[in-house]
Design a protein around this ligand. Structure first.
Ligand code: 1HE
Length: 268
């Protein structure tokens, strides 16, 4: 993959920026099943912290090798023998990375395969769209490892599947895969083919939207979920005031008025 000079200096991530602004971001530690060590988290903070300014219009997040991500680097954690204070700060850094993903305003589509477990599921759940293939499976093995979630599963995984299912997953190590995982909300798409190909197709579509519109979709919606209904209605009005009057939208609105804009039809 050709690397863009803007993204020099990354080692645990490899980043390719395509002409349409779609960045393909790969977790690059297949030999360790893309386990998340601190260096990887730092690179995620850095990439997602400047993606919008770097001209990224959408992201496909994938893993090298057969697995998306095996979660927390258990070996690094075991060797570091961290204090409570140190691990609290590790978790805060994870939250920084995942919040930049979820609230950053750039669509993130996760292309899932193999293990999406523990912190790997926390990472995937910070994406806006998850695409799985026939090899993908989801679990929260924290209970079995004698630890707890620390990268947002209590928030995002329970948002996806509900509190009771999330608690069952972490208590019993229950694994979800296939159509059942989609039905529960762990992924929005499942493919017989490559999740990467499908994720790229979706990213291309998202990147064709106006960036300010995507910013609202991939930042404001999440913020509004944290607000009271009254405040969310107010914030939605303010955001729509800005987005729905942007000059770049006029061309698309005019195309609809002129009957040259695409009509929405049922799938054939
Ligand atoms: C790792 C990790 C890891 C693999 N940290 N090194 N996550 C887990 O409990 C999942 C742990 N991993 C697994 O269950 C399996 O490794 C997999 C199902 C993901 C893949 O199995 P497999 O048979 O393909 O690989 P493997 O032989 O188990 O591992 C290959 C190498 O990857 C090996 O290293 P090597 O140097 O001995 O070759 C493994 O040690 C390494 N590896 N997974 C470190 N997770 C903020 S709190 C979040 C809390 C959590 O995320 S808890 C969930 C942790």
């Amino acid at each position: 993959m050709p690397l863009d000079a803007r993204f020099d200096g990354y080692t645990n991530l490899s980043i390719e920026l395509r002409d349409n602004g779609v960045a393909i971001v790969s977790l690059n530690r297949a030999a360790k099943r893309n386990a998340l060590d601190m260096a990887t988290i730092d690179e995620l903070v850095s990439f997602f912290g400047s993606a919008h300014r770097d001209g990224v219009r959408a992201v496909v997040l994938r893993g090298e090798g057969d697995h998306f991500c095996a979660g927390l680097d258990l070996i690094e954690h075991w060797k570091a023998d961290r204090t409570p204070d140190e691990f609290m700060h590790v978790c805060l850094r994870w939250h920084e990375a995942f919040n930049k993903m979820e609230y950053g305003g750039v669509p993130v589509i996760a292309a899932l395969k193999g293990a999406v477990v523990g912190g790997g599921l926390e990472l995937a759940s910070a994406a806006h769209i998850r695409v799985m293939d026939q090899t993908t499976y989801f679990a929260l093995p924290e209970g079995q490892r004698g630890i707890f979630t620390g990268g947002g599963a209590t928030i995002r995984v329970s948002d996806l599947v509900g509190k009771a299912r999330m608690i069952d997953m972490i208590l019993t190590g229950r694994v979800y895969q296939g159509q059942e995982a989609v039905d529960l909300g762990l992924a929005q798409y499942i493919t017989e083919g490559s999740s990467f190909d499908m994720a790229l197709e979706l990213a291309d579509k998202a990147a064709a939207n106006l960036p300010l519109t995507n910013f609202a979709i991939c930042s404001a919606v999440s913020h509004m979920q944290n607000m009271s209904a009254m405040d969310a209605a107010y914030a939605e009005s303010v955001v729509a005031g800005m987005v729905n009057t942007q000059p770049a939208a006029r061309e698309r609105l005019e195309a609809f008025a002129n009957k040259t804009g695409a009509r929405i039809r049922p799938n054939s």
